[in-house]
Design a protein around this ligand. Structure first.
Ligand code: SAH
Length: 213
């Protein structure tokens, strides 16, 4: 399943991410631990440790490692944080969050992708991650509030209503914008009920779509 060769390729990927400016050591160590080749279908297995996004089922993608590292860094995760992810996809990002010591709740709107990924992450030892088939625009009111929220699809402005499901002092990281260009936002919910917004450059994600499929 995992091999010295894969571990070696992972070490190289971590070095590449470091050179590209990822400095959070816990994030780099989490990426070093997650066997990314097990999240791609065989045809792409060889390419798992390149710093690229790749196609998965249902016309979706597994995020580029740099993007996973950036989003994970921006979350400022603290031990045992309860995190909601919107966009389970391949499950790779969810496993990186788990390796950061977080309690992960992840939502996916594609039934096929949800079921396939839930089975996969269970089989490879990430059974503590809780996955949900549903619409991320609704969040998970039954499990709210969350310390952190991570959106891994290109979201419209109305994604901001998810801030209601954050604790005071919580953080949401979300790429906001249309088709080919989104701005990465870090939204902080402050003690006095105010919202702080910071931006972190341009990214390209598949769209966050309403409803389920
Ligand atoms: N975090 C994933 C990235 C997957 S791409 C990974 O590490 O592989 C984004 C995912 O968001 C896709 O699987 C897509 O189906 C899902 N998605 C899009 N809109 C959604 C919504 N409203 N609710 C939940 N998931 C959504």
């Amino acid at each position: 399943m995992d091999s010295y060769r894969h571990k070696g390729l992972r070490n190289q990927l971590v070095e590449e991410l470091r050179l590209k400016g990822i400095s959070n050591l816990e994030v780099l160590e989490a990426i070093r631990r997650v066997p990314r080749h097990l999240f791609l279908d065989n045809a792409f297995g060889e390419w798992a440790y390149k710093d690229n996004a790749f196609p998965i089922d249902c016309e979706q993608t597994i995020s580029q490692p740099y993007t996973v590292a950036m989003q994970t860094s921006l979350l400022n995760i603290e031990p045992k944080n309860k995190i909601m992810e919107v966009g389970l996809g391949s499950g790779y990002q969810a496993c990186v969050l788990h390796e950061m010591g977080a309690k992960v709740y992840s939502i996916e709107r594609h039934k096929h992708l949800h079921d396939k990924t839930a089975k996969r992450i269970h089989e490879i030892g990430y059974g503590l991650i809780r996955t949900f088939f549903g619409d991320g625009f609704e969040g998970l009111p039954r499990f709210a509030p969350f310390d952190r929220i991570l959106v891994t699809a290109a979201a419209p402005e109305n994604v901001m209503k998810l801030v209601d499901q954050l604790v005071v002092g919580g953080i949401m990281v979300v790429p906001i914008g249309k088709n080919n260009d989104q701005i990465m936002y870090r939204i902080s919910k402050l003690e006095d009920g105010k919202i702080k917004k910071e931006t972190f450059g341009h990214y390209k994600f598949v769209p966050m779509l309403p409803g389920t499929a």
